[in-house]
Design a protein around this ligand. Structure first.
Ligand code: CTP
Length: 409
């Protein structure tokens, strides 16, 4: 995804650097354009260093030539039209009241407003300003015009403003802006109407009040699935052991143990059209966790473990007709055979079997790959980022849904 990040002059301009990092984390390539006002608040050098690209500032001489960014490749041959066409999405954050007015009236008196007029890419604006400027009838009328033209607006938050007043006008949360950008840029909406329940992370089983038995799962695969499913138009509920992910605009439920995850999954299952169990659920828990911290009194300590419930199998038994269920199989050997066994025994629609024996991919790593197994076929998922792998899994899910619907009709 290629994102053109336009930054206007305002106290919140520094937050655009955080947005840039968040977008890069999501795999985006980001080109920054600063208005003259923005340069009063934050230097092009900051953005050049973070983005690794020259920062564009002027309609007449687009590339800035400070000592650091002069070394970087000139991003575009022909000025604003090239830039406008390069982008998959244009985001203006923070957008000032003045910039909103220019956009609403089609004015093109600097590089950013000219690009906004020339681009055919979706536009996202995240305004930040004084509360009275925000509520001013002129600003509200401009916003109405922009909305009616399909511009995506990320409404400012309420709170204490830089001017000392309290009210609406603070730049929205970075995570919220990032998801709005993903929504706007992702034309694939093949999961609109799906309500997907996703589990993420490794469960923790209490040993005593301070210790637990856990595993190396980071939750990254489940979170990547949630991000990608939201971008494709699905409604997502994430049940996770990894803490709240602020960039995800979906319901998030925090759990710790396999039992808590089971309760949350079974509670939400009837409303879901699909369940994806990406979590690494502990197979055993301590039969009787100690109520007090265990003291190191003897040379050896034996813990008695008991089986945890198999959430995936139980969900498959209890699901309503039409609910699709996808499980994972983390294997260190006989990956496909073990995956096929789980597909059969757990009675699910698909299993994503991945080899977690190496350090490069799988549990806790940034990359993943494997095979998606269905009753009648299998699809290779090449080693890639977890986000890319999530896209491939969701593409298969969309295909499965269409197949099922065609079978019914
Ligand atoms: N799973 C589950 N409940 C458990 C254990 C696993 O729902 N108590 C789910 C996982 O979320 C995953 C799938 O089952 O989607 C397979 O998990 P995995 O750990 O690979 O397999 P196990 O069922 O534990 O089987 P085995 O011990 O034979 O590998």
């Amino acid at each position: 995804m290629k994102v053109l990040l336009g930054v206007c002059g305002g106290i919140a301009a520094y937050k655009a650097a955080e947005l840039l990092r968040e977008l890069q984390r999501q795999g985006a390539e980001v080109q920054v354009v600063l208005t003259q006002g923005a340069e009063k608040f934050i230097t092009p050098l900051t953005f050049a260093a973070l983005s690794g690209r020259q920062v564009l500032t002027s309609l007449w001489n687009p590339a800035v030539s400070d000592s650091a960014s002069a070394e970087m490749p000139q991003p575009f041959g022909i000025e604003h039209i090239d830039i406008a066409q390069w982008a998959d999405v244009l985001v203006i954050a923070p957008a000032t009241a003045h910039m909103l007015a220019k956009l609403a009236h089609g004015m093109a008196d600097d590089l950013l407003s000219t690009i906004a007029l020339a681009t055919t890419a979706p536009i996202v604006v995240a305004p930040a300003m004084n509360v009275n400027m925000w509520h001013n009838a002129a600003t509200q009328a401009n916003l109405k015009t922009l909305r009616s033209r399909g511009v995506h607006l990320v409404e400012p938050a309420s709170g204490e403003l830089a001017c000392g007043m309290v009210g609406e006008g603070r730049l929205a949360e970075i995570g919220e802006i990032a998801s709005a950008i993903l929504h706007a840029a992702n034309p694939i909406r093949d999961l609109a109407g799906e309500r997907i329940l996703i589990t993420a992370g490794g469960t923790r089983e209490a040993v005593d009040p301070v210790r637990y038995l856990g595993n190396r799962s980071s939750g990254k695969m489940g979170i990547a699935l949630a991000e990608a499913a939201l971008a494709r138009g699905a409604e997502v509920t994430l049940i996770t052991t990894t803490g709240r992910v602020s960039s995800l605009r979906c319901k998030q439920i925090q759990v710790e143990s396999a039992e808590q995850m089971r309760t949350a999954v079974l509670h939400h299952l009837p409303q879901a059209t699909t369940l994806i169990m990406a979590a690494a659920v502990a197979d055993y828990r301590v039969a009787t966790p100690s109520e007090q911290k265990i003291k190191k009194s003897s040379e050896h300590l034996t813990l008695e473990l008991e089986r945890t419930p198999d959430i995936l199998s139980e969900a498959a038994r209890l699901r309503l007709p039409g609910t699709l269920i996808i499980g994972f199989a983390a294997e260190t050997r006989h990956v496909s055979e073990e995956g096929r066994r789980k597909l059969r025994e757990k009675d699910v629609d698909a299993i994503v079997a991945n080899d977690v024996s190496g350090t490069e991919s799988g549990i806790g790593a940034d990359l993943n790959g494997g095979t998606m197994l269905f009753a009648d076929r299998e699809v290779t998922l090449p080693l890639s980022t977890k986000r890319k792998m999530a896209e491939s899994i969701l593409h298969e899910l969309a295909t499965l849904r269409v197949d099922r619907l065609q079978r019914i009709s």
